[in-house]
Write a protein that binds this ligand. Sequence first.
Ligand SMILES: *Cc1c(COP(=O)(O)O)cnc(C)c1O
Length: 390
Amino acid sequence: MTSHIMPTYARLAITFERGEGAWLWDDNSQRYLDALSGIAVCNLGHAHPAVHAAICEQSAKLLHTSNLYQIKSQEKLADKLIEMSGMSNVFFSNSGAEANEAAIKLARKFGHAKGIEKPAIIVMEKSFHGRTLATLSATGNAKIQQGFEPLVEGFVRVPYNDISAIKNVLAENKSIAAILVEPVQGEGGVNIPASDYLNQIRALCDEYNILMMLDEIQTGIGRTGKFLAFQHNGILPDVCTLAKALGNGVPIGACLASGKATDIFSAGNHGSTFGGNPLACSAGLAVLNTLSDSNLISEATEKGNAIATKFKEKLQNNSHIVDIRNLGLMIGIELDKPCTALVGQALNAGLLINVTQDTVIRLLPPLVLDDNQITQLVDTLSALIQEYTK
Ligand SMILES: *Cc1c(COP(=O)(O)O)cnc(C)c1O
């Protein structure tokens, strides 16, 4: 059968029909354990009752009016986001890439206000920021950029987790208006920087009067054991972007600002037809209320550490394991050889996982994962890894 969908994805030959928590069922009623959450989206698990109720209720009343008018659920979601993040205000988009587009525009306008003719942003090797032209230009992956030149200019790239590289650029390049960085790199291989990396970036951004911009699209919404990953460091960035788990599957993105980024945009500077519509905001509000009324975020630390510890025990004698690392429920198992084949093998064993950068097994299970599911995840995947590396 010829598909009428553009072949932009290498899809696995499986269709899911329903889900509940960390379980998914395919169209043959076969059950799978989801250790990926639709790539860090369904952090509350599938078919969460609070999200279900919120979108049913809202859709019975109103789906969309546009940002020509006041939107109560958008105001409420903004209030809750500000309360939980400590940031000051927010622009709502529909996706992660769009949230980053807003951040990039903030940096450019900030730079121009400082008198910089061509404001530039420091970005990292192995970063991922999205697939629009500006965000793929910011992304540190040649495969994603190839064929789409000319790229958007104004990005200066340095290695991740390398403060002196940032210092060198700042000392020489007077056009830098911002630094854009992920607190933990997701697509880049679950790369966890030094524990004071963000603190050092914060200090440099203060020293040079530039914007500290964090892409928390994957790390945010409880994933790493804090609501936002920067809360591990006791700092506030100037800009923070969110999407993925904010709507638990309903598309919504957000660009949060604080400090010197708070008052950059004025009426007419940015916009989105769908951004912050009543449906998406009701879902987002249900997600945030569920998280703040539960212990799911702090449990993400315990569960993630338990999973990493169990994998280390099971795989301690396997010389092909380079590293097992996690920050909360963002987990990476790095092998010394390509292991993308494990994705299909895990699927056959009833388990959804991901491999990024060819050699890093990436696990992003829902925060609602229970003890039995943790055991199943570790037992199934350890056995597959042992067999694969034999
Ligand atoms: C997924 C992701 C994006 C892009 O989000 P989309 O919603 O796919 O546009 C950007 N940055 C990071 C860190 C991501 O993980």
